[in-house]
Design a protein around this ligand. Structure first.
Ligand SMILES: [Zn+2]
Length: 335
């Protein structure tokens, strides 16, 4: 659920100012009473090198049944996915604190702190197993947060939207999830991002749906518009990469306009800025059913069926191919 995570990210904004107070404060004082799992007092910290990032992993006191090697592999896999999507990991150094939650199972939620020494905190249940780590979206979601500058709180929806939209694409890009997962997530999630009665646009409607999925809707519309206007030569991924390349990571705070302009420059058209102007203070209606038809994505029960003769099928394929890091030979010829 992304709901509980929303609270974590709200805490993030507030806590940025109090960073040093929160770091490495043990939170699991009562874990000693837990019936199973190894104590993290035996889990020593680790230094991981994944692509260009050096990750210092620390464990808060408590108990975890998951072997340390699985936890480190999960962190490496998540970093690998994000580095692949962006062409490199957004920051050179990262601190990561894992905190066990007694009696629980699964990856519970995460929070990312920016600034000069970025920190990701993730809470996971004592009984988390390898399968749960394999299916986890929280760790890559938090790592994607590192790839965009900290912006004013009214634009928080874009920080969450990018993380929500990019996370499955990044995992797909390195073969961690099947292609269907990208579209399944969007089909199930994007309706939550549509404006409800009383909506005043993304900058002024701070509900869970409009924050996570309204932000993802912005990314989805931007990606498709970029694909259509550049004959599939460029996509949102190019814009996001350019922002990181210009130093726009969570290590810094930028005005949103600067980040959007940086992305637009990479695409060669002011698509992000124009879309933002359309959606920031207006409840823009979007016909999602029509988009699925034009993209050639059909759901039949739990199954996704792709139609490659649909009018926007080439845009869908270009988004997928870009995430995988390969160019489509025919992309330059399509409309
Ligand atoms: Zn988030």
């Amino acid at each position: 659920m992304k709901y509980s995570h929303a609270y974590a990210d709200i805490a993030l904004i507030v806590s940025l100012l109090l960073l040093s107070v929160f770091v490495f404060r043990p939170l699991a004082a009562n874990a000693a009473a837990s019936p199973a799992g190894q104590s993290t007092e035996q889990l020593s910290s680790a230094q991981l090198q994944v692509e260009n990032v050096s990750i210092e992993v620390t464990f808060a006191p408590g108990k975890l049944q998951t072997p340390r090697e699985y936890l480190l592999q999960w962190i490496s896999n998540s970093a690998q996915a994000v580095a692949h999507y962006y062409g490199r990991f957004p920051v050179p150094r990262l601190r990561l604190l894992l905190t066990p939650e007694p009696e629980n199972a699964g990856v519970r939620f995460g929070t990312t702190f920016g600034g000069e020494h970025p920190l990701i905190k993730v809470w996971l249940g004592q009984f988390t197993d390898e399968e749960m780590l394999h299916h986890d979206w929280v760790m890559p979601h938090e790592m994607v947060h590192l790839a965009f500058p900290h912006v004013a709180e009214e634009h928080h929806w874009l920080e969450e939207g990018i993380a929500t939209y990019v996370e499955p694409l990044a995992r797909f890009g390195v073969g961690q999830v099947p292609v269907e997962k990208i579209w399944q997530d969007l089909i199930q999630g994007l309706p939550h991002g549509l404006p409800q009665p009383g909506d005043q646009g993304l900058d002024h409607t701070h509900t869970w749906g409009r924050t996570y999925w309204g932000g993802a809707l912005f990314c989805f519309l931007a990606d498709l518009e970029i694909r259509q206007r550049t004959a599939n030569q460029r996509g949102l991924q190019d814009a996001l990469r350019a922002i990181v390349a210009a130093g726009g990571t969570m290590a810094v705070a930028w005005p949103l306009s600067r980040a959007l302009a940086m992305g637009d420059q990479a695409i060669g058209a002011p698509i992000l800025t124009e879309l933002y102007d359309r959606m920031k203070a207006t409840p823009t209606e979007v016909d999602l059913a029509d988009f699925w038809k034009r993209l050639g994505v059909e759901t039949q029960g739990d199954t996704i069926i792709f139609h490659d003769d649909a009018p926007l099928a080439s845009a869908r394929q270009a988004i997928q191919a870009a995430a995988q890091g390969r160019e489509l030979a025919w992309a330059s010829h399509s409309e």
